[in-house]
Design a protein around this ligand. Sequence first.
Ligand code: 9MR
Length: 453
Amino acid sequence: MKLTSRSVSLIPLVATVSAAVLGASLIVTATANAATTLGAAAAQSGRYFGTAVAANKLGDSTYTGILNREFDMVTAENEMKMDATEPNQNQFSYGNADRIVNQARNQGKRVRGHALAWHSQQPGWMQNMSGTALRNAMLNHVTQVATYYRGKIYAWDVVNEAFADGSGGGRRDSNLQRTGNDWIEAAFRAARAADPGAKLCYNDYNTDDWSHAKTQAVYRMVQDFKSRGVPIDCVGLQSHFNSNSPVPSNYQTTLQNFANLGVDVQITELDIEGSGSTQAQNYQRVTQACLAVARCTGITVWGIRDTDSWRASGTPLLFDGSGAKKAAYNSVLDALNAGGPGPTTTTTTTTTSNGPGPGGCTASVSLNQWNGGFVATVKVTAGSSALRGWSVATTLSNGTVTGSWSANRSGTSGAITWSNVDYNANVPAGQSTEFGFQGNGSGAGLNPACTAS
Ligand code: 9MR
């Protein structure tokens, strides 16, 4: 049963009255429908609820107690940034990041990686670089860090905050931007090659209001990436709100419009300054907006207690300095318990076909299907010998392809043959490459068959 927000918040009252009149067993029955932690409540609709974590607080038992109890996704607040992971060029340092990743994984939580490439928090050696040397250093960083954490990261913020504020709607000037406008897609391609299993996100702030030039500019970039086959799976909206930057009335529209491009949407650094019922209502609105968008797959708050926040004086989080739940916590929990349409479901089928040469190849598809559309990600794996080229036959009986990436295609519906593009023709023995497509209708029954060439 889905409970409305109002009915959930009435439970304690009903339970108390019932208990007095009829006996305590009713309390158990009445509360059994509502999850009692943020992670469990979000999981009811297939979503996650996460927090930023600081390695130097993991020894604080109040902090860790709340972390372990409430959250099922973790982001390192600073420890995976470029300055932390590559303090000297080509000398990588993962100690604090590993503490966070290991703590999370030991507790059965997933990890969002933050962030592979950013104009800020660069190590000193990188700040002074430019041109080809910087581009190569950035790509090496992306490759090394994503490879080190391969298989442990649910989603990477591959590029963070690359767009300018204000009305211009353009890229932010930075040393990375000055290496060429294609630095973002180069970073995404390097990340995909290093960890094909991680979702790759573009993450930014002030992209919450659909009418803002910055939001529109990010939207156009994601649209362009999808149309040209640049690997991107998700858009992160940081969502740092305060009185100067309130929750916009069109927030849900923004989430939905990004999702309609065929990417997941994640709220990645949520905090809302304020207190009491006003703050609680704002948190509720943000939570409900995510729940109303099928591909809004999770929410992460930027810290646990108000005192842990980068904006501590604005008391923007869900727990007060002593670790007690605030009104905002209750409003988020109630909204999560009220539920919403679940995010996409994933199914995988595999078909093998031996092509010319001794090794052949295997193709498998991971399908994200929602009501009216889908994204299919196809993994091509070389057999016992390297591929010099490949093709994959699929059947799309009840859908139409609207965009694809990292493969050539023969058509948009029915029997479709996909073949390698230049940069993914060569696949070493036993290794994999991926291509994907999005479409309207159903992606069921694709039944991919791979042929080596
Ligand atoms: O919360 C982080 C704070 O501890 C750091 O001092 C700050 C330095 O840039 O970064 C904060 O996290 C930022 C995040 O990485 C990207 N979006 C904005 C966040 C708040 O500044």
